[in-house]
Design a protein around this ligand. Sequence first.
Ligand SMILES: [Zn+2]
Length: 451
Amino acid sequence: MLRKSSPVFNRLLDRIAQMPVVDCHEHLRGPDRDPEVAPTEPISALTVLYFISDLWAAGASNQEIMLLQSAEASTDEKWPVFSRLWARAEHTAYARVTKLVLKEVYGVDKLTREALDRIAEQLASRDRSYYMKAIQDAGIKAVIADIIFPPPWERHVRYFASPTLKELLEGQFPLPDIWHPVFNIPYYHEIRTREFIDFVGALADVDTTSLGGYEAAMFELIKRSKSQGVIALKDQSAYRRVIAFDLPPRSDAERMFNKLLIDPRNQLAWPEAKPLDDYLFHQFIRFARELSLPVQIHTGHLAVIRNRVSQANAAHLAPVLELHSEVQFDLFHGNWPYMGDFLFLGKNYPNVSLNLCWVNMIDPLYAQELLKRAVMTIPHTKIHGFGGDYWQSSEHAAAHLILAREVIASALTDLVESDWLEEEQANRIAADWLYNNPNRFYRLALPSYEV
Ligand SMILES: [Zn+2]
């Protein structure tokens, strides 16, 4: 149970609701970019990002998903499909976040066709101040944002002209002061074409006619990104490959790289390209050490459907965590559903922190159990309690935080009621999980928060 009829729970939740938060992981691109592209049709607006996957898993056809996500289709066209699927999936935790948005943002208790018309009116009439208000009202003091890569609608330009990184490097990516971008590395170690090498060389203004040149260009790009506010590297290669990184000799990587250089028409493929990918991944981690940047790694559950989660188990990372012992790693998403492996890595490696971004809404009971066991197994200074992990909608991120605060309060209530913790200790742990730990880990230099 998340909500308990317990005075301890009520007192803890009251305190936790007042605590400042470092939002450890978002894809929110800020108030200058997101409201411009946010859906205005209410079903699209409500189902942004994750909940749509539960509808897919519930049996929606690909055509039905396209209809629900369409910017052109009307609410009347979508409603028969959506209401049928909503009835199947409305009790998941993803749906709970949608329900929290309905209640907190639109004052709607039950999703009906009429309610959607009222929401459409509100969507049409509001000004853009709603975006930052949702962040501020939630008590979020910093947003660590994974946004320096082309959004899906610009992916067709990814390999030759993505403007995103260029904009950041030239100071043309306006973000609020509390936003802190990370440098997303998979695109740069998953090289498949010469065109991409040329793109990196042009961006860095470095000659890339050798592997060494490419490495120098990448170091330059990461260094310049840091001077533009980047605070960490981020890797989510688990979406496309197993996160077991070998340590191949440089000559193996160079042989593949040269194949692209000698003839721009050549292409590399997975899994043949693994030595080059793995070599470059390790090289970027060395850059992180040199530039004193922590590294975020996606582990566990993967967005959308039909993924292979075993490829994403953090246990595969052990050789990386051991080799790069001077680099600080923040492992994401509770490694759902591999809790035991996750706890082991946090307990065993001094350079590993455990991050619960996204997992509070993937599986709240898992997150609650993970937090309880983490208190008993891992120094509590190594836990990062929240990351909304949303695109476009700051209101969904804020709703996710409501759920996360309940998860944290319920985990700590169990530990207080079983005499493992005193109530004041529980409050201090919550403040550290939500704010003090990520503030220190990411060197945000915010004032520390004393309970
Ligand atoms: Zn994410």
